[in-house]
Design a protein around this ligand. Structure first.
Ligand SMILES: *Cc1c(COP(=O)(O)O)cnc(C)c1O
Length: 392
């Protein structure tokens, strides 16, 4: 166990972070623009709730920013995933392939559809779905039956694949698109963490039939709570809007609903916050890249640990910066978490992989040694936009 010095990690963190900041959190929102003005406008006009111009504006500007044809704003990222999966055709009894190493919302959204998560392994290069391993797994367990991809072991149709862009780093999408075409699976991106991240020059969330964004308080941009569905299909965009607004058929006074819809619409007051945040997004992204560059430099010479950089094919938003411990030093993780916390720098481990949670323990899965391993070796470090750029 030579070459590992936990104190060196603390020194590297301190050298990359601004001095005299007091306690440094993992990811704090920044309200330095028109937030007060737009929210006050909602209060002054009384348009705080389910109708108002900020929702339309936020949706239009999100579509412009991402290059998606349509963005539909909803109450949170989990709701965006839920409705995306429904519109992808996920039905009760289907299976949906998702990475085991993800936030619990990805798995929960599958369960809300009455479907079963089928866990796939993650790749150290991207921290996301490993396309080669998934290809091998599908060849071993799946067959096409009457147009459906069927899991021969369970007899259930596998309907969709939901890659997730971990900590904002894009997963390798091209081979996944190809795999989905070959196996007749619908691709749905969980882009909750990757607003502002590009894959081969194009915004994440625009490679799949539908994608979900999140604007929770700890994300790149926040609306308090919120999310959006992205799609390039006008028909699906219309259906997403309809389903997330109680499936009410427009009429001046009649209450007629033509499906079991959801009250998932983003309130106008949250959308107002979103419009103000979107104006600052280019600056947030610049600051976050700046912070990541400082970390990269600071950790260059630190033994036993590697700072996670964007994959070569991507421009990442660096939503949540992360360190990866070299395999021999896994056991030092908790000491590092403890020591950084004691010194006023908040750090966190990655999520417990989904197949380790009680409600998903018995779900189908492939070999998950990559996810298990990454789950133990990753440490998230402070990533707020305000920590990068112009502080010295
Ligand atoms: C944040 C997040 C979501 C959705 O989160 P909400 O809190 O519901 O907005 C979904 N998936 C991943 C991977 C996330 O990080």
């Amino acid at each position: 166990m030579t070459g590992f010095d936990a104190e060196a990690i603390l020194r590297a963190l301190r050298s990359a972070l601004p001095a005299d900041k007091g306690r440094i959190g993992l990811h704090e929102p920044c309200f330095a623009g028109n937030e007060w003005t737009y929210v006050k406008d909602c209060l002054d006009t009384g348009w705080v709730s389910s109708v108002g111009s900020y929702v339309d504006r936020f949706e239009r500007e999100l579509a412009e920013f991402t290059g998606a044809k349509r963005a539909v704003a909803v109450v949170n990222g989990t709701a965006a995933l839920h409705v995306s999966l429904l519109l992808a055709g996920v039905r009760p009894g289907d299976e949906v392939i998702i990475p085991s190493l993800t936030f619990v919302a990805t798995a929960n959204a599958v369960a809300y559809c009455g479907a079963v998560p089928h866990f796939a392994d993650s790749d150290e290069a991207t921290l996301g779905l490993d396309p080669d391993k998934l290809a091998e797994h599908l060849s071993a367990i799946a067959e096409i039956r009457g147009g459906d991809c069927v899991n021969r072991r369970t007899g259930r149709p596998i309907r969709a694949v939901v890659p997730m862009h971990t900590f904002g780093h894009p997963v390798d999408l091209d081979p996944l698109v190809e795999l989905c075409n070959r196996w007749n699976l619908v691709l749905v991106e969980d882009a909750a963490e990757s607003l502002g991240s590009l894959y081969k020059g194009r915004h994440t969330g625009t490679f799949s039939r539908l994608a979900a964004l999140s604007f929770n308080g700890n994300k790149v941009l926040t609306t308090g709570g919120g999310g959006a569905i992205l799609t390039n299909d006008d028909g699906l965009g219309k259906m997403a809007k309809h389903l997330t607004t109680t499936a009410k058929v427009p009429h001046r006074w009649e209450f007629f609903h033509d499906a079991t819809g959801y009250n998932y619409r983003l309130p106008n007051i949250n959308a107002a916050l979103g419009c103000a945040q979107l104006e600052q997004l280019p600056r947030f992204l610049k600051q976050k890249r700046d912070l990541a560059a400082r970390y990269r430099e600071a950790f260059r010479e630190v033994q036993g640990v590697r700072f996670i950089c964007e994959p070569s094919f991507a421009a990442s938003n660096y939503w949540l910066n992360a360190l990866l411990l070299d395999p021999p030093f896994v056991s030092a993780r908790d000491d590092i978490l403890e020591m950084t916390d004691k010194n006023g720098i908040m750090t966190r481990p990655a999520w417990t992989p989904m197949h380790r949670l009680p409600m998903y323990r018995n779900c189908p899965h492939m070999d998950l040694s990559g996810a298990e391993d990454l789950g133990l070796r990753l440490i998230n470090i402070p990533s707020s936009a305000a920590l990068g750029g112009g502080h010295d």
